[in-house]
Every structure is written in C-alpha cells, then in structure tokens.
Design a protein. Structure first.
Length: 505
C-alpha cells in the first residue's frame, strides 16, 4: 500500500486536488477552475465533462508538482457539491448538462411534491423540507419538460458520483449525498418507497447508496491513462462537501459543533439521531460516519454580506488598502473596532439573497434598521458583522435546545478574521475553537474518509491528531446584555418586515 491519499474536492467554482500523507500532512494541492452556465432565470448548470477534465488535469499537475510517484498513492477519494441532478445513459454518457445545487427552476415541481405528500411527512422521512434546491424537484422538472431525456436516463448522479463512474465504471452514491435529494429515508438509509411512489420518479434511476467509506472499485485501464494514476488504485466514494467539512473540522463525536464562515455560512453538529425541529427550520444530513447524523442550518449571505459592504460602501478603504498594499478587510476591521458592541443600536438584516434556514423565505430582503443622525460609518460596518452573528444565533439556539452547545469549532476563510470572530463569540456567548487548517477542512475530511475506507485509519477520530486546535476566542460577558437585547429586536424586526418583502420584489 502507498502512503498518500489523493482527495478531490469538486466545488462550484472548480476542483481542488490535494495530497495528504498518512500523518495528516497536506503535502501539495492544486486548483482547476471550470465554468458555470446560466441559460435562464434561476437556471444554473455545469458541464460534467468539465469536471472530468478538471480531475484529469489537476491529478497530473498534482503528481508532477508534489514529486510523489503514482505507485505511492494508496487511494483516491472525493468531496463534492451536493443536491445536483445529472442524468446519464447506461454507458454513463451525460444526457444533458448538470442542474446544480443553486438552480431553482423546479419550484412548480416542489409545489407538486408538497401537494401529494405534505411538507411535514417529507421532513420526517428525509430530514429536509421540500424545496426546489434538492434533487427530487430537479428530476421531476426533467420528467415534465424533457421527457426524452428522462426516458433515456439510466442513473441520476452527483458530481463526485459521475467522476467515480469515469474512474471505475460503477454507478454508486453515498449516504450523505443521497440525504440531499428529498428522496432518502435517513433513518433506514434507503430510498423512500412512499416518496418515490407519490412523485412517480423511477426508482431504478437512483444509484445504490453506500457508506461514504466504501470502495467503489479500482481505477480502470482507460481512466489510468487519462489521469496518470495507477490502474487498480482503490477509489473510496467519499461524501458531500458539507459532511466532509464536518469531519475536517473535527466534528466526529456526538455533540461537537462547527461553523463554516464563507460566502455563505452554516452551523452543524454530530448527533446519534437526527434533530427534527418542530418548525422545520433546520435539516439533517447523514454524516460520513454512517452511525452519525449532521443536523445543519445554513444562511445565504455571511461573507457575501461583508463582500457587499466592501464593494458598495467601502470605496475609501479599498483605495487606501491598495495604496498601503494591505487587505481592505483589515481596514474595515479597524473601523469596526471604533464602534461599540451594538453598533449604536443599529441593526442589519443580512438577507441579500433571500434566506434558507432558519427563515426559509426567498422573498426576504436586507435592511438597515435604526439609522439615525448619530450613526457613523463605523456603526454600519459593525452592524453588518453583528447581523450575520444574530442570524446564525437563531440556528445555534435551535440546536442548543436539543444538544447543549458550549464550544463551536470555526473553519472557512472568514475564520481568519479575529474581529468578526470576537463579535460572534460575544453574541453567542460561546467559546470559539480555531484548528490548524481553516480552509482545508473539506479536503481533509475527504482524505480521512479515504483512509478509513482502506484501513489506514481505525476511525474518523484520527482527525484530532491531524487538525489540532491551535487557539480559542472566549466570549466577553460584559457585552451579553446589549447583544441579548438587540438579538430579540433583530427577530422582531424580521417578523415586522414580512408584509413588506413581497412589495420589494
């Protein structure tokens, strides 16, 4: 057996190929980007052949860059974007471009699902609300609008599943990706007969679901030629990107919690049973460890809100940063520190792209509330960071009712910002833990999955040796009162705005 694990992270913007050794060291990485297509309003697609090209090129580049011999690669494994829909024929040939997670064309089909099944029964079976975001509505859209494609479909695949087919010739998926389709019984870990029967979706087009650590097969001769890998190298199925991030963050035991601060943001934890919220505000994935679940809540615009602030209101800071050759976010942080916690009673509702969990309101819109003559631009900058923190606290409070949350592991690009992290800690009144690898957690989680799959690691707990906690941020109790008061007002402000949002579309 070789001593390196090759992990591919098939994201929305590109494929990141990484090479880890058995001691958890990140040896080398490379990124190959691919395009996204927007053929109509709310339609978002990608070409699966771009994924394959990205995997082939990035694999060869990684081997050359690292100097690692292909004979030393013990396995290949995957993290991938979730909730997609790629129909292929019996030879694995794509029948159309992939409808990816961001696509919302299936609203009519989601409404149909709700009419024949009901929202609560589907939530109870799948752990998710019915939504056009999930694969079932996308499959039904193809069935309704492209019957010739649907009738020729042999399997529906996700991004990583298509690449696994290209490498091994096998049609498979894993429990984590299956749990993002609105079709999977997450407790029994089988396709739901009730949902399949009611929707009329053919069960035979759904690939066999497996634990993430299963070996799909070995690399074929043709795939070896195209990728530069060794024929017969085992391919571990891996999982959806969110679930891989959970492992990479070290959330592999019951009750552990993490928060990804990226363009979007989510809070998730590891539990022995799904968490079913009475108001269906949060949802559930199956963890990479098939004995665990990953209850989750996600907001649309976390880092996006800060990016909007920079691009829209921070022209002075952007120009100054360019002159000083520093990040504009460093200057924004300096301004935030000039405003007291609570931003002089200014609130920001961070709904610039509508909202998923916890609001589930695509019509929601962003707003500054409480602006007055005494507010400064420093208050505005702080209010944006605090608004994201208040919105994430809604998710955190839901989970805290079921499983006490005392600490939150932070990962993602936004976790590099100490000012924002202190604000989050103060609003949540939780200690934040910062691991060594903040932006590599997803690929590292996939690599751990691969190592468990080939027996190199005993279990997922090996992550605690590989991505150790390096620092922590503790909440300041003196700011609890002001934030608790504003948090209550934040929620009332959202409710008060509900009659207005539809008028602003």
């Amino acid at each position: 057996m070789g001593s390196y694990i090759l992990a591919h992270d098939l994201g929305t913007s590109g494929n990141k190929a990484t090479l880890y050794d058995f001691n958890g060291n990140l040896c080398s990485s490379t990124l190959y980007e691919y395009p996204t297509y927007y053929p109509d309003t709310n339609w978002v697609e990608q070409d699966p052949e771009d994924w394959w090209k990205a995997v082939c090129i990035s694999t060869k580049e990684l081997i050359e860059k690292s100097g690692v011999n292909r004979n030393d690669i013990a396995c290949i494994t995957f993290s991938g974007q979730m909730m997609g829909c790629l129909p292929v024929d019996s030879e694995g040939r794509p029948l159309r471009k992939t409808i990816i997670w961001a696509d919302q064309r299936g609203v009519k089909q989601a409404d149909f699902m709700e009419s024949v099944l009901g929202m609560e029964p589907v939530y109870g079976i799948t752990g998710h609300r019915i939504s056009a975001s999930y694969s079932a509505a996308k499959i039904l859209w193809i069935k309704d609008n492209e019957p010739e494609v649907y009738n020729r479909t042999y399997k529906i695949l996700h991004a990583k599943d298509y690449i696994i087919f290209k490498l091994t010739g096998q049609f498979v998926t894993d429990y984590s990706d299956a749990s993002g389709m609105n079709l999977f019984d997450i407790r029994r870990k089988v396709w739901s007969e009730d949902i399949i029967r009611a929707t009329g979706i053919r069960k035979d087009i759904l690939p066999a679901p497996h634990p993430s650590t299963d070996i799909a097969g070995g690399i074929t001769c043709e795939a070896a030629r195209e990728t530069g890998l060794l024929e017969g190298t085992p391919v571990i199925i891996g999982g959806g990107d969110g679930c891989c991030a959970a492992v990479g963050a070290g959330v592999v035991e019951e009750g552990k919690t993490y928060n990804v601060v990226g363009s979007s943001s989510w809070i998730a934890l590891a539990t022995r049973e799904p968490i079913f919220d009475k108001k269906m505000r949060t949802f559930n994935w199956v963890h990479l460890d098939p004995e665990l679940y990953s209850p989750c809540g996600t907001m649309q615009t976390a880092g996006y809100s800060l990016n909007w602030l920079k691009n829209t209101l921070c022209g002075l800071e952007v120009r100054e940063a360019k002159e000083k050759n520093v990040s504009p976010y460093k200057l924004i942080d300096d301004k935030v520190l000039a405003s007291k916690p609570g931003a002089n009673n200014l609130l920001f509702l961070p709904y610039l792209l509508g909202e998923r969990s916890p609001r589930w309101n695509p019509d929601a819109r962003g707003a500054f509330i409480g602006l007055k003559m005494t507010n400064t631009h420093e208050d505005i900058y702080r209010a944006v960071m605090e608004g994201v923190g208040f919105n994430l606290k809604v998710i955190l409070d839901i989970f805290n009712e079921a499983v006490p949350v005392n600490e939150v592991i932070m990962i993602g690009g936004g976790a590099k910002g100490s000012v924002w992290l202190q604000i989050l800690s103060d609003i949540w009144q939780r200690t934040l833990l910062l691991p060594q690898y903040l932006e590599e957690a997803t690929s590292m989680g996939a690599a751990i999955c691969g190592g468990v799959g080939i027996g190199a690691f005993q279990d997922f707990k090996v992550i605690h040796k590989f991505n150790t906690i390096k620092s922590e941020i503790t909440p300041r109790a003196e700011h609890k009162e002001v934030y608790d008061k504003l948090y209550n007002t934040f929620n009332k402000a959202y409710e008060a705005m509900l009659p207005i949002y539809a008028d602003l579309l």
